[in-house]
Design a binder for this molecule. Structure first.
Ligand code: ADP
Ligand code: MG
Length: 238
């Protein structure tokens, strides 16, 4: 279903190599967090997986099939953007339905999927409102709803909570973890926040200047950081 394999994936912008050749496997159903300081290549790596950027060399496989040249809309992955990407003039229902409508799906099926997503996200009573009439957390749930209705093989999140206040961030963090437990779909979550990484991840990928410093569970990274960079970043006492 949602197994993603990167095989010697490399990305250069002109002369500048942002991601040196990198291998990584993300198992079906895993919650994987890419963590690292600003500018280390987290968003670039996510965009390569999504197909929003072309890789310079290497191969990306989704469910064992070569997806390297598959366009983003055909990869079966859904990127969750920050809530300000919602359409302010459309109702919540229309915002969530939008990708399905664009894909030409049957309206009855669209309604069914939107209602299911609204129920999972506790948005059922807000479907006729506009984004401006919702709280920040509700708006972020609408943005997630827009990904859920596509029934993707994997969800890709790029710092989805970074424009929310601290209390709401904690709340949404728990909600996204719960959503993962409910849907059991692969999730790749980018953040520069160690706390988010440690509390949400099955597997953490620590990035530094486009390279993977270490991959492991939060406990493994905390107990046996491979080097000072990982230790410092994870907040390990070592
Ligand atoms: P992060 O998300 O970890 O903050 P990014 O993936 O956005 O990091 O960026 C990694 C590096 O790639 C940065 O040095 C950034 O300046 C560079 N970069 C990102 N996108 C482009 C681009 N379109 N053209 C040139 N350089 C880019
Ligand atoms: Mg980024």
């Amino acid at each position: 279903m949602g197994r993603i394999t990167l095989d010697k994936v490399r990305k250069a912008f002109g002369e500048v190599e942002v991601i040196p050749p990198l291998d990584l496997t993300i198992d079906d159903g895993e919650f994987v967090v890419f963590v690292g300081p600003s500018g280390c290549g987290k968003s670039t790596l996510l965009r390569l997986i999504a197909g929003l950027e072309d890789i310079t060399s290497g191969q990306i496989r989704i469910d064992r099939e070569d997806a390297t040249d598959v366009p983003p809309a055909k990869r079966g992955l859904a990127m969750v953007f920050q809530s300000y990407a919602l359409y302010p003039h459309m109702s919540v229902r229309k915002n969530i339905a939008f990708p399905l409508k664009m894909a030409g799906m049957d309206p009855t099926e669209i309604d069914k999927r939107v209602n299911e997503a609204a129920s999972v996200l506790n948005l059922a009573q807000y479907l006729d409102r506009r984004p401006g009439q919702l709280s920040g957390g509700q708006r972020q749930r609408v943005a997630i709803g827009r990904a859920i209705v596509r029934e993707p093989k994997a969800f890709l999140f790029d710092e989805p909570l970074s424009n929310l206040d601290a209390a709401l961030r904690v709340n949404m963090r728990l909600e996204i973890s719960e959503l993962h437990q409910t849907l059991k779909t692969t999730m790749i979550y980018v953040t520069h926040d160690q706390v988010e990484a440690m509390t949400m991840a099955d597997k953490i990928v620590v990035l530094h200047a486009g390279r993977i410093e270490q991959v492991g569970s939060p406990l493994e990274l905390y107990r046996t950081p491979r080097n000072r960079f990982v230790a410092g970043f994870i907040g390990s006492p070592k």
